[in-house]
Design a binder for this molecule. Structure first.
Ligand SMILES: [Zn+2]
Ligand SMILES: [Zn+2]
Length: 337
């Protein structure tokens, strides 16, 4: 058992990362792969864990659930991987036997275990993973691979809403999740609007996706005709409680962003519209594969998203800036290699 100065970054408690060496992982067991971590995407979950506001989160924790990895060694019985293969990681480990899993809805497994959230993740040089969680990427640049997970959240939310071509939709919040929803609404041929209070984010979404309907607030969006589909991607209580005002009669309101708090609605707002309210959580393996295919074929191309790729050495300085959504950066990725 050799030890080595393998760099692991542990979130000891809110606001405090610790860099350390770690024991080299053992060889992969049957059904596992040993991988080198190339890139780690930073998302709301990581930022909230850093801030200390992530619900049901325990410290210390090695973060990192949006990963680009490279195969070092495959364990017994694992086929289709060779050293050097570049891969995305599906971080959602599910039980396979609960009511959700047996109905094809493993994204809301009752025993959901997310790598990098409920168990230690990829902020280290090497990690052993179940081979079934690792998906080969032939063409995608390493910096884009962590976004497979982010976009998975978007494809799932749009799938929940099942938009028809030409259907009027509006997306509230133009961070990485809002932009992911917009990508798949665009593929579905929906007629898209956006609400976002940060001017840089609103400007990027409107310009990049050519959206005619773009508003800095709910109040301004309410001036227009209501939408059949409203996606709230904010995780902000005021926004989530107000989004129903943007909804057309008979429409669907999809809560993609989440909050660890009560939200309340005025029942006549709900009943008058006969609104359908949907929550959207994570994504399924099939959706993960679909996102990967669409990214590799170029049908979904997020290279223009305002992304910062920072070396590992400066991540502790950058985290507070990302948390406070500085300078129009929509997505942060840490170069771990
Ligand atoms: Zn994420
Ligand atoms: Zn399950």
């Amino acid at each position: 058992m050799s030890s080595s100065a393998l760099n692991t970054v542990t979130l000891e408690q809110p606001g405090q990362f610790r860099h350390s060496g770690t024991r080299l992982p053992d060889a992969p067991g049957p059904g596992e792969v040993l991988v080198r971590v190339l890139m780690v995407g930073v998302c709301g979950t990581d930022l909230h864990a850093f801030e200390g506001t992530q619900p049901f989160f325990s410290y210390p924790r090695v973060l990192g659930h949006e990963l680009a990895v490279e195969v070092i060694q495959a364990g017994d019985g694992v086929e289709g991987f060779k050293p050097g293969d570049r891969c995305a990681v599906n971080p959602y480990i599910t039980c396979g036997v609960c009511a959700a899993c047996t109905r094809g809805r493993s994204n809301c497994c009752a025993k959901m275990c997310v790598i990098g959230v409920h168990t230690d993740g990829g902020m280290r040089e090497r990690i052993v993973l179940p081979a079934k969680q690792v998906y080969k990427c032939e063409r995608l640049a390493p910096v884009l691979i962590p976004l497979v997970e982010t976009l998975g959240v978007g494809i799932h939310a749009v799938g929940r809403a099942a938009p028809m071509a030409g259907e009027r939709a509006i997306v509230v919040g133009a961070g990485p999740i809002g932009l992911s929803v917009i990508e798949f609404l665009k593929l579905a041929g929906a007629e898209i609007g956006v609400v976002e209070k940060m001017p840089e984010r609103l400007g990027f979404a409107a310009k990049h996706y050519g959206l005619q309907r773009h508003y800095p607030s709910h109040a301004e969006a309410r001036q227009e005709e209501a939408s059949m589909l409203v996606f709230d991607c904010t995780g902000d209580r005021g926004s989530m409680e107000g989004s129903i005002q943007l909804l057309q009669q008979g429409g669907k309101l999809i809560f993609v962003g989440l909050i660890n708090d009560q939200i309340s609605l005025f029942d006549p707002d709900l009943h008058r519209r006969e609104a359908t309210i949907l929550a959207s959580r994570n994504s399924t393996p099939a959706e993960h594969h679909r996102v990967l295919d669409l990214m590799e074929s170029g049908e979904v191309d997020v290279t223009a998203w305002p992304t910062e790729c920072a070396p590992r050495a400066i991540m502790h300085e950058r985290f507070p800036k990302w948390l406070h959504r500085e300078a129009g950066i929509v997505k942060a990725v840490i170069d771990w290699a």
